[in-house]
Design a protein around this ligand. Structure first.
Ligand SMILES: [Zn+2]
Ligand SMILES: [Zn+2]
Ligand SMILES: [Zn+2]
Ligand SMILES: [Zn+2]
Length: 152
């Protein structure tokens, strides 16, 4: 009879300041209530309900920019008045307001829809730098960041 203890895997130690928590796998990620030090999707430290952060290497086309956070859209939502915002940005804006932040048309979250697949594809194609800039100078499509982080 042998007892095998789970060994800690040393190769995934984060070399970032203050990162003391062990890395989480994507399956564990959604189940835990305290946010992890580093998001497994974007590699930055942020709350679960906040937008992912990316380091864009080129200027982002104005049509793909959220006019609340002024960054490239994350989980975009189209309004009936023809504007597009990040889901997180629009949700928190509409907690205190009931109009579109750009054109001020009366607006409810329930009437907003996900944009076409084309918009998601364009967003996934934006070039970003690896979040671990201290020791990785790779650039990649935004849609590949999660895989890049995983494969480190
Ligand atoms: Zn993130
Ligand atoms: Zn936004
Ligand atoms: Zn509008
Ligand atoms: Zn990298």
């Amino acid at each position: 009879m042998s007892i095998e203890e789970d060994s800690i895997q040393p190769e995934v130690v984060m070399a970032m300041a203050g990162a003391s928590a062990p890395p989480l796998s994507p399956s564990e990620y959604g189940l835990l209530s305290p946010p992890p030090d580093l998001c497994v999707a974007c590699g930055h430290s942020h709350q679960l309900e906040e937008n992912h952060e990316y380091l864009y290497t080129d200027e982002v086309d104005d049509d793909l920019v959220c006019h609340i956070c002024l960054q490239a859209l994350i989980r975009p939502l189209d309004t009936p008045c023809g504007h597009t915002y990040c889901q997180e940005c629009l949700t928190s804006f509409l907690l205190e307001s009931d109009f579109c932040p750009v054109c001020r048309t009366p607006l409810m979250l329930q009437s907003c829809r996900k944009p076409s697949l084309l918009v998601h594809k364009l967003l996934d194609k934006l070039t970003v730098a690896c979040p671990f800039t201290d020791f990785c100078t790779d650039t990649m499509a935004r849609g590949e960041v999660a895989d890049h982080i995983k494969s480190r």
